[in-house]
Design a protein around this ligand. Structure first.
Ligand code: A2P
Length: 325
């Protein structure tokens, strides 16, 4: 586990969590059950994944059966882009808690720095001309103040950010009573985010890596939004494969271990019982200096997720990747 700063307390968060983005309802119930059986105790979801109800049902089953206590689980969920206002924060956290059937979450993240219009029943609103319907009035400081109030009310143990850039995080840090405890970002061998990781270390912000395997599932995800992108298969990279053979581990295990050895949390997603077990089995080997150097050298600043599946997203004043505008 890794310690999060939650106000003046510390909160242990298991360094390896179960990621649930892109898992559909039909397969997810069995998968969450398999994940808990395998030993996952940190679950990462978000309101926009639309799977909080399924996760809540499985957790309730485990609680009711006495197999698990609430405090055994570290549950992370996120404020949707349509809720990025002072009023949106309590509204959407309450909705997430209702769906999850929980009294509190362990970590509530602001999912994105940009915001959509808050349109009931439509988490991804598009205008008639096919553009994402942006809320241009976003005020991170006002949103963060509302996030802090959720900690005061005991509805979340800690609060953090996701997909924010260095400048945006700095502004929140400088204008907050309760500092962001963690930052969740895309991070994998092809996009190691050294600058942001260094910055977070200095500021006691725990980093969580999403898409730690390079998210091979995006191959089928982007076409749903009418976008075609090339998704490089990091699992097949020859350096990764060689290191895996040397340790008698899989590529996935090497990629996850590489990140965890830097004290960065990982939340690989798998709905396959075999693979989700495989991803958990990374605490019985260690990458040596040479392995780490070779893996570090794979970094090429390759961002998979630029959010441009939302047409017009870079018009938002808080679009986090100005270099991609
Ligand atoms: P599946 O759910 O069928 O296992 P990321 O966590 O980087 O977003 O990657 C998730 C994607 O990687 C999913 O498509 C998942 O498919 C696949 N995946 C997860 N674990 C493994 C593994 N150990 N080996 C190969 N592919 C994996």
């Amino acid at each position: 586990a890794i310690n999060l700063k939650a106000g003046n307390k510390t909160l242990p968060m298991p360094i390896l969590g179960y990621g649930t983005w892109q898992a559909n309802d039909a397969e997810l119930e069995a998968a969450v059950d398999a994940a808990l059986t395998a030993g996952y105790r940190h679950i990462d979801t978000a309101h926009v994944y639309e799977n909080e109800k399924v996760i809540g049902n499985v957790l309730k089953k485990w609680f009711d059966a006495g197999k698990l206590k609430r405090e055994d689980i570290f549950l992370v969920t996120k404020l949707p882009p349509g809720g990025l206002t002072a009023n949106g924060v309590p509204k959407y956290l309450k909705r997430s808690l209702d769906f999850l059937q929980l009294d509190y979450v362990d970590l509530y993240l602001v999912h994105t720095p940009f915001a959509f219009k808050d349109i009931e029943g439509n988490l991804h609103p598009f205008t008639a001309d096919g553009k994402i319907d942006l809320d241009m009035t976003t005020d991170h400081i006002a949103v963060w103040k509302a996030m802090e109030e959720q900690v005061d009310k005991g509805l979340t143990k800690s609060i953090g950010l996701s997909n924010f850039n260095l400048k945006q995080i700095t502004r929140v840090l400088e204008n907050s009573r309760i500092k962001p405890s963690s930052l969740q970002i895309e991070l994998h061998a092809y996009h190691q985010q050294h600058e942001l990781v260094e910055f977070c270390k200095k500021n006691n912000i725990v980093v969580t890596a999403y898409s730690p395997l390079g998210n091979p599932g995006l191959v089928t995800f982007f076409p749903k939004f009418g976008k075609q992108i090339e998704v490089p298969n990091i699992l097949k990279n020859s350096t990764v494969v060689e290191i895996a053979e040397k340790h008698k581990k899989t590529s996935a295990q090497v990629l996850l271990r590489h990140i965890v050895q830097k004290d960065i949390c990982v939340i690989p997603k798998s709905t396959n019982a075999q693979r989700l077990k495989e991803n958990l089995d990374i605490f019985n080997f260690k990458l040596d200096q040479n392995d780490v150097a070779a893996l570090n050298a794979l970094d090429r600043g390759y961002r998979l997720l630029d959010f441009k599946i939302f047409n017009g997203i870079d018009d938002h004043p808080e679009y986090p990747f100005p270099e991609l505008k």
